[in-house]
Design a protein around this ligand. Structure first.
Ligand SMILES: Cc1cc2nc3c(=O)[nH]c(=O)nc-3n(C[C@H](O)[C@H](O)[C@H](O)COP(=O)(O)OP(=O)(O)OC[C@H]3O[C@@H](n4cnc5c(N)ncnc54)[C@H](O)[C@@H]3O)c2cc1C
Ligand code: FES
Length: 365
């Protein structure tokens, strides 16, 4: 019953695969959020090994329509636990099912881990990391901060958390116990948008003004080696804008978005598009897209012909659909899931890409 739809991971890493996993436990985190841990059979343990900051894809079919959603792993690296934290979104197809209907013992299609959000923690072992997590953005952040403090004895971390209130904060107890364990090395700053704190600076939303004030009061960007930002687009853009205005190297700012606008819209083909040809290499075989295959994104064209194309969000934020450009050029509507070094290396998000040269050749990662 094992299915082999591929979901590509970071550049150069191996592909991920879906397996049916039983739910081992469900913990209530807040009124609208739960943590779910999946049981991993010994035979699959190696495949579900992950690095801090990675995510899995949950797949669910409703009335014959397949839905895929990405969820970050909140457990520390090396724990062996595939534990995710899910917040219910109003009318959300997958989050409402997970937070309201899922029960221990149910079997769920879950991909092996993918993603490269925490890559530079492992590669650089930075001294001082600062993390800004808004709402459910705490999920990968919790894994990364716990892993980094446990594995790098000299490391310090500053954690800025944005939530509506203490009661709506996911993983509050775990953040508190990390704080107790690393009293001198972890600084946690909580900001609440709907709960009054004694310090006015900690009341409100994380926007540009508040970010600038928080930096002035608590953390000098010149003393931070790497920044990790995770949460909604608006807050993350505000933080990034302020950091860039303070001369933080863009390569030291790592961000992961959980939600962005709509998928790339389909469009009519112009006369000049008619002769365009896109060749795609995927899992060792070649697919050629022409004409009507190219009214949507390159990923749409591939999915119309093949079921094994890797994807999840189709919104340019999860990075599952990455491919390397072999020849030709494409334009992308959004590149949130790519860092600047990947763009320089010709990595593209196929769910956001349309060809801009007559011949394009891409290879899925
Ligand atoms: C890399 C990555 C990691 C993620 N990690 C987590 C995680 O750890 N925990 C978690 O809870 N979620 C996480 N998400 C978000 C998750 O993948 C889903 O998008 C989310 O659960 C909503 O799915 P749904 O099927 O319930 O809603 P849908 O049925 O897809 O959407 C319902 C409505 O809500 C809107 N919507 C969808 N998502 C959001 C959102 N996040 N905020 C506001 N409006 C939204 C849609 O536009 C639509 O109008 C992550 C996303 C990405 C890309
Ligand atoms: S499918 Fe998520 S970035 Fe393309």
């Amino acid at each position: 019953m094992i299915d082999t739809v591929d979901a590509t991971t970071a550049p150069g890493s191996s592909t991920a695969t879906f397996h049916p996993l039983a739910v081992a436990s469900i913990e209530t985190l807040t009124d609208d959020a739960v943590a779910v841990t999946f049981a991993i059979p010994t035979s699959l343990a190696a495949g579900y090994r992950f690095t801090a900051g990675q995510h899995v894809i949950v797949r669910r079919s409703v009335d014959g329509v397949e839905h895929r959603r990405t969820y970050s792993i909140c457990a520390p690296e090396g724990s062996g636990d595939i534990r995710i934290g899910v917040r219910r979104i109003t009318d959300g197809v997958v989050s409402t099912w997970i937070t309201s209907e899922l029960r221990v013992g149910d079997v769920v299609e879950v991909s092996t881990p993918a993603g490269s959000f925490g890559r530079s923690l492992a590669q650089r072992a930075p001294d001082h990391v600062a993390m800004v997590a808004v709402g459910s953005g705490i999920t990968p952040t919790l894994s990364m901060v716990a892993t980094h403090l446990a594995t790098t004895s000299h490391a310090r971390a500053t954690l800025i958390l944005g939530n509506r209130s203490a009661s709506s904060t996911m993983f509050l107890d775990e953040i508190a116990s990390l704080k107790d364990r690393y009293l001198d090395r972890l600084h946690v700053i909580q900001v609440f948008s709907r709960e009054e704190r004694i310090v006015p600076l900690q009341n409100g939303r994380i926007d540009q003004d508040r970010t600038a004030s928080l930096l002035a009061a608590f953390v000098d960007p010149a003393e931070v080696d790497d920044w990790f930002l995770c949460g909604p687009l608006e807050a993350m853009s505000a933080v990034e804008t302020v950091l860039l205005s303070r001369d933080v190297d863009p390569l030291r700012i790592h961000r992961e978005l959980f939600h962005a606008g709509r998928p790339l819209a389909r469009r009519d083909l112009s006369a000049s598009d008619q002769g365009t040809q896109v060749e795609v290499l995927l899992n060792g075989s070649r697919t050629v897209l022409t004409g009507r295959d190219l009214t949507g994104s390159i990923l749409d064209g591939v999915l119309a012909q093949r079921a094994d194309a890797p994807f999840s969000c189709r919104n340019g934020i999860c990075g599952t659909c990455k491919a390397r450009t072999i020849s030709g050029t494409v334009e992308m509507e959004s590149t949130w899931a790519l860092d600047s070094s990947e763009i320089d290396d010709g990595i593209v998000l196929t769910c956001q890409a349309r060809p801009t040269s007559e011949r394009v050749s891409l290879e899925f990662l």
